[in-house]
Design a protein around this ligand. Structure first.
Ligand SMILES: Cc1cc2nc3c(=O)[nH]c(=O)nc-3n(C[C@H](O)[C@H](O)[C@H](O)COP(=O)(O)OP(=O)(O)OC[C@H]3O[C@@H](n4cnc5c(N)ncnc54)[C@H](O)[C@@H]3O)c2cc1C
Length: 391
């Protein structure tokens, strides 16, 4: 019988959390596998780098675990290869014994209402990708005359967007926000940020810590109309952890409802049971919609193709959610490979940015950060990233 130790080769497309957890699961199940983890960017870690808020460095620290995996000689980082553009999915399926689709799901979902295409209306992905230095999103919004902002949505991404807009330059000083974005936000004349949910406060999906942080901001005071909370309780039918989370959220919101604006310059207002029906420039100078994501294009499927992470489950779940999910799929994949003969043939990939190239970028960014007392200052242009990666 054939044994898997005859070096099967697996391509993982997408070097975000789900791709790395899949690599981890595969190498735990069979340390002899040869794995290529491919990403269209010259940098790994997906939304850990480009989505997670720049002032939440504790969350971004998960990247260190992934970095340690890159030291495994059987795991090869192949950056700057866009599957579909630089090599076809079919070519990958022919060259590798199995293909893992870990491409995530970040195209901004639309509300489908008039005015959504106006220049002051931004999807949350475009907005956070800008302030996190994604090289495809270097142009940010013009905030020079922005006084009133609407953040549409009641999840943690809405909280992230509102918080980063509300925080002072001092509060962002230890973040890795792109410096130009940080300066643009700090200079904006923002007076009001409204976080708008279409349902009641008992349905908001904020997590407790993220909501609590909104009550501790230096230049913004969190406010809620007390009437919006009258008689509201966590739905009895919810499972216990959900009920506890919602009950704590309601306590926090009740606390905010006691606040007075005082002398802080920004009012950070939570508004519930309100669904926008159109956008114009009369009410808000900037709108950021945080209502979820969709896939860019249909993903491949079929024999030997395994999806993980957001590409498999859709755009929900935190970084740790991807771990259990990817490990389970890795087990299935290893079982599937068990009695199959390993494929042979030449390396199908075009020239890539390897782990050494990424580490050159990392070193330059960390050094630039150290010079400013920040965790890192990112390179944001494609050419700069490629020049540094290529030494
Ligand atoms: C704004 C935002 C903030 C978040 N904040 C938190 C947080 O604070 N804490 C938390 O736990 N979770 C957070 N999450 C959720 C977390 O980021 C996701 O659970 C996780 O990133 C999903 O991992 P993934 O690997 O499936 O996708 P991604 O992280 O999106 O990774 C997909 C990777 O695939 C690459 N790729 C895509 N298409 C191709 C292609 N054709 N060829 C090659 N490569 C390709 C992309 O470049 C990317 O690197 C946040 C999400 C968002 C959007």
């Amino acid at each position: 019988m054939l044994s898997i130790s005859m070096t099967h080769k697996v391509a993982i497309v997408g070097a975000g959390p789900s791709g790395f957890y899949a690599a981890d699961g595969l190498l735990r199940a069979n340390p002899d596998l040869r794995i290529d983890i491919i990403d269209r960017l010259p940098t790994p870690y997906g939304l850990v780098r480009a989505g997670v808020a720049p002032d939440h460095q504790g969350t971004k620290a998960v990247a260190r675990q992934f970095d340690r995996l890159l030291a495994n000689p059987n795991l090869r980082f192949c950056g700057n290869i866009d599957v579909g553009r630089d090599i076809s999915w079919q070519a990958l399926r022919e060259a590798y014994d199995a293909v893992v689709v870990a491409t995530g799901m970040v195209v901004d979902r639309k509300l489908g209402i008039p005015g959504e295409e106006l220049p002051h209306v931004w999807g949350s992905w475009r907005f956070v990708a800008w302030l996190n230095g994604h090289p495809d999103f270097r142009q940010g919004p013009d905030l020079s005359a922005v006084r009133c902002v609407a953040v549409i949505g009641n999840g943690n991404v809405a909280i992230d967007v509102a918080r980063v807009l509300a925080k002072s330059a001092d509060e962002m000083a230890k973040s890795d926000i792109v410096p130009e974005a940080g300066a643009t936000i700090a200079a904006a004349p923002i007076e009001e940020i409204r976080v708008i949910g279409r349902r009641g406060p008992e349905h908001a999906s904020f997590t407790n810590n993220e909501l609590a942080e909104m009550g501790r901001l230096a230049r913004a005071v969190a406010l809620v109309d007390p009437h919006a909370l009258d008689g509201v309780m966590a739905p009895a039918a919810d499972p216990t952890p959900e009920k506890l989370r919602k009950t704590r959220n309601l306590e926090l919101l009740r606390g905010f409802s006691q606040n007075k604006q005082g002398d802080k310059p920004i009012a950070l207002r939570f508004v519930f049971n309100t669904a926008p029906t159109s956008f114009d420039t009369a009410d808000f100078d900037l709108v950021v919609t945080c209502i979820g994501y969709q896939a860019a294009e249909p993903l491949p499927s079929g024999e030997g193709v395994f999806a993980v992470g957001w590409a498999r489950r859709g755009p929900s779940g935190t970084i740790p959610t991807n771990r259990a999910d990817s490990h389970a799929v890795a087990q299935q994949l290893v079982a599937w490979l068990k009695d199959r003969e390993p494929k042979s043939g030449a390396d199908p990939l075009p020239p890539a940015i390897d782990a050494a190239g990424w580490h050159r970028i990392d070193k330059v960014e960390l050094a630039a950060g150290a010079a400013q007392g920040r965790p890192r200052v990112k390179l944001t242009g494609w050419q700069a990233l490629l020049d540094v990666a290529q030494g």
